[in-house]
Write a protein that binds this ligand. Structure first.
Ligand SMILES: [Zn+2]
Length: 366
């Protein structure tokens, strides 16, 4: 559905991502309840991991001992490593006791672990050592409703940090002597909250430094829970159409379809897999997907705790070809959920992941 001017593919050292690519969040080097084999079977093209979480556990030595994240988790497709900027937002900005953010670094003091100092340089070094395919610059993430001064500070810091990330990236490339087709891509994140001026300023200054791709940064929903569509559209327009863009943290089916015409290349979101564990299973009529109409025409949620499913012999979604839908009925899944069986979480997660893959394939073809 996106226009021809936007990139159809992002080529990485471990393969291609076809737009729009929805990547599950393997935050701690695993997508909860499924393994890398399950994801391959679902048709997942790439995953997103978190530098912040992996530095803490298992630590870089366990990952490099396996030759990087690909070997560690037996995943041969593209891996995006998020920098840690988002975790700073979710942990520190919402609870200053958990650490502090200065121009020099992010200092995490989590309740459940050791102090961690994350500088832009350290974040890039770590992502290199993980063997990432797409490295994301450390950024200073905000909420759209944060005051203007906070947004200004975030943009200034994000640009400075992006400069330092690019310099460190250059050093790493030189010392590793990586050929162009082996080098990871470097993405920078555009901040600025809901201020159009700040988004413009941030995008312009990042473009001056020059990156392989860009991300839409900041908490993506406002206080009323609405996706910040105007900011998303504007930010995409600020980046040249031929460069790929990652809508960070966005990837609920309805959000993905709503933004699909804007030209975003990559999406990631924990919601589809979290919904699966919460017994909220997706039913997507891919043939009826439309940007303009109501999502109710093509998207439904099967609430599996609902007793009415107990005697149902049909699959969760008649259109779905996943392991769950091909083999098991709603009635059986309802039973597994009732007895709190671990295989429910796996099958449900496989189903929602497969729905996301089918949805993105459909959008990509349209
Ligand atoms: Zn299914």
């Amino acid at each position: 559905m996106a226009g021809d001017k936007y990139p159809k593919l992002v080529v990485t050292p471990h393969g291609e991502l076809t737009a729009p690519a929805w990547l599950p969040d393997a935050t701690r080097a695993v997508v909860r309840c499924v393994d890398s084999h399950d994801m391959r079977e679902c048709g997942v093209s790439g995953i997103v991991t978190s530098a912040f979480h992996l530095i803490r556990q298992p630590g870089i030595n366990a990952i490099t001992a396996a030759g990087g994240l690909h070997g560690f988790m037996s995943w041969q497709g593209p891996i995006v490593t998020d920098s840690g900027g988002f975790q700073a937002y979710s942990l520190i900005r919402q609870n200053p006791k958990q650490g502090s953010i200065t121009d020099k670094a992010i200092i995490f003091r989590p309740d459940d672990g050791d102090k961690l100092i994350l500088t832009p340089e350290k974040s890039v070094q770590f992502q290199f050592r993980c063997g990432a395919d797409i490295i994301v610059c450390l950024d200073d993430c905000t909420h759209p409703e944060d005051p203007l001064d906070t947004q200004k500070e975030s943009v200034a810091r994000t640009v400075q940090w992006a400069k330092r990330c690019k310099a460190e990236y250059g050093k790493q490339l030189a010392s590793r002597r990586l050929d162009d087709d082996k080098r990871p891509l470097l993405f920078a994140v555009v901040q600025g909250g809901n201020s159009q001026d700040l988004r413009r300023e941030c995008a312009a200054r990042l473009l001056e430094i020059g990156f392989d791709g860009y991300g839409f940064g900041g908490w993506p929903v406002d206080e009323e829970g609405n996706l910040v569509l105007d900011s998303l559209a504007l930010t995409r327009e600020l980046i040249p159409a031929e460069l790929p863009m990652h809508a960070l943290g966005i990837g609920h089916p309805v959000s993905l379809v709503k933004t699909s015409k804007m030209g975003y290349t990559i999406y990631d979101c924990t919601m589809p897999t979290r919904d699966a564990r919460r017994k909220r299973l997706y039913a997507i009529d891919t043939a009826r997907v439309s940007v303009g109409g109501s999502h109710k025409d093509w998207f439904d949620i099967v609430y599996l705790q609902d007793e009415k499913h107990g005697r149902s012999t049909g699959p969760i979604d008649a259109q779905c070809d996943c392991l769950c839908c091909k083999n098991y009925s709603r009635g059986y899944m309802y039973h597994l959920a009732r007895i709190d069986e671990a295989s429910f979480d796996r099958l449900a997660t496989i189903h929602n992941i497969r729905c996301m893959v089918r949805l993105t394939q459909r959008i990509g073809q349209a």
